[in-house]
Design a protein around this ligand. Structure first.
Ligand code: GTP
Ligand code: MG
Length: 171
């Protein structure tokens, strides 16, 4: 049959933001796991949709592992950046990491699409995706297609909207 188009996706964001939980929800149900633990280093997940073959680099967001991210920027064809909408204290840290990412030579001059998840929208004091977008100054990203969705990765809510974004990019 036809070979599926291969896409490398980088999943980035601070520790505890919900990256692994989101990726788990994107997998087919028979491949999903129940117990999710903090990622050590990174983990590579592969799955297929009807037309695409995805390789997701699920990076650890812990400070001591964040220096690993940049080694995968060259191979990345799309970025998922996850924010914990309830973690107001670390919103500035998330912004710093995002700015470092956007200014990296392997990212800066590429039209690489970025999908933001303002995750944990179920938390009572969660910031809205509009507010997260403002705090991260996303409107300043002018040379890359991007989109932000509010999500609840525990229930799997808001993740489908992200799918629409990926398909409209014809990845
Ligand atoms: P690192 O691997 O350490 O970088 O973290 P991570 O970004 O992969 O986070 P992970 O998916 O391990 O989730 C961290 C914690 O947040 C877990 O206890 C999840 O159950 C919880 N969590 C993830 N998504 C949500 C969400 O949408 N709402 C709530 N309330 N909790 C969530
Ligand atoms: Mg993880």
């Amino acid at each position: 049959g036809l070979k599926k188009k291969e896409v490398n996706v980088l999943c980035l964001g601070l520790d505890n933001s919900g990256k692994t939980t989101i990726i788990n929800q994107l997998k087919p149900s028979n491949a999903q796991t129940q117990d999710i633990v903090p990622t050590i280093g990174f983990s590579i997940e592969k799955f297929k949709t009807s037309s695409l073959s995805f390789t997701v680099f699920d990076m650890s967001g812990q400070g001591r592992y964040r220096n690993l991210w940049e080694h995968y920027y060259k191979e990345g064809q799309a970025i998922i950046f996850v924010i914990d909408s309830g973690d107001k204290l670390r919103m500035v840290v998330a912004k710093e990491e995002l700015d470092t990412l956007l200014n990296h030579p392997d990212i800066k001059h590429r039209r690489i699409p970025i999908l933001f998840f303002a995750n944990k929208m179920d938390l009572r004091d969660a910031l809205s995706s509009v507010k997260v977008s403002q705090l991260l100054c996303l409107e300043n990203i002018k040379d890359k297609p991007w989109h932000i969705c509010a999500s609840d990765a525990l229930k799997g809510e808001g993740l489908q909207e992200g799918n629409k974004f990926s398909s409209c990019l014809a990845l």
